[in-house]
Design a protein around this ligand. Structure first.
Ligand SMILES: [Zn+2]
Length: 272
């Protein structure tokens, strides 16, 4: 019953049409409801169909699309979310299972914040904000498919970077945009991408298993260059990307900001 009461509550809030009328109003939405409770609910609970029907008042599909777009992207109205929304509109009854699998891909396996806390040095802090899909121009005009965790001490190779999830190394090495990067596919299907590293912690190979909390490398400023090892084109930071595949196999960028917020109090402690 607790579950149903909870979803009735968010249903009342969500059905306020005004709330969805503007792309950036999800911030307000996130403040109104208890974000941590939502994260937990969507991570741990299967959402019963009748609950959706009740709260959406006959608009089940619309409701779940919007919920999906919000929880996956933090965004209820942008073109990026619209791409997936259109696909979901065409699928009627199986939408709930699909929705749940996407939620799981993002939330099921996340365990640790990617930057551990310094045991001794308070000044070794990090900060981040919601910059998903902000405009970027290097390599052509595009949206920022990720969240940047900025170093308060702008020195490459100092801040450790750990894996947020268990998983398997799917890609490693140099990318023009991402610099030294590593991409890890988590057991529930999310792809977690760590970019601009100063160096790797080991000679990782594709297919290698990784544990949540395992040291991947060190934060840096590599990237924005064809030449492997290009550094210094921007401040030291970790770019986190999260991607899922939709039912048709299309890769969809997810907003990592909300995931990072949820992991903010789940930092390992390292001596650095
Ligand atoms: Zn970035």
């Amino acid at each position: 019953m607790k579950k149903i009461g909870f979803f009735l509550l968010i249903g009342i809030l969500c059905l306020d049409v005004q709330l969805f009328s503007h792309v950036r109003q999800e911030a307000e939405f996130a403040c109104v409801i208890d974000r941590d409770r939502l994260y937990t609910a969507f991570r741990d609970e299967q959402v019963p169909l009748e609950v959706y029907e009740t709260i959406a008042d006959g608009k089940k599909e619309e409701f779940s699309e919007r919920m999906f777009c919000y929880f996956i992207t933090g965004d209820t109205g942008s073109d990026a979310a619209g791409h997936l929304q259109k696909k979901l509109e065409r699928k009627k009854s199986p939408i709930l299972d699909e929705f749940t699998s996407y939620i799981d891909a993002v939330w099921q396996d996340v365990t640790y914040f990617p930057i551990p806390q310094s045991q001794t040095r308070e000044e070794m802090d990090v900060s981040y904000c919601d910059s998903w899909m902000q405009s970027r121009t290097f390599g052509g005009k595009r949206g920022h498919e990720g969240c940047d965790i900025m170093a308060s001490v702008n020195t490459r190779g100092v801040y450790p970077v750990v894996s947020m999830t268990d998983g398997v190394v799917e890609a490693v090495g140099w990318l023009k945009l991402g610099g030294w990067r590593i991409g890890i596919r988590s057991p529930s299907g999310g792809y977690f991408y760590y970019a601009h590293l100063a160096e790797y912690a080991a000679d990782f190979e594709v297919g290698e298993e990784i544990n949540a909390g395992e040291l991947l490398g060190f934060m840096g400023d590599s990237g924005y260059g064809d030449t492997p090892g290009t550094v210094g084109n921007f401040p030291v930071h970790l770019h986190i990307g999260i991607y899922i595949n939709d039912a048709d196999g299309n890769e969809v960028s997810v907003n990592p900001y909300w995931v990072l917020c949820a992991l903010d109090d789940k930092k390992l402690v390292y001596d650095y």
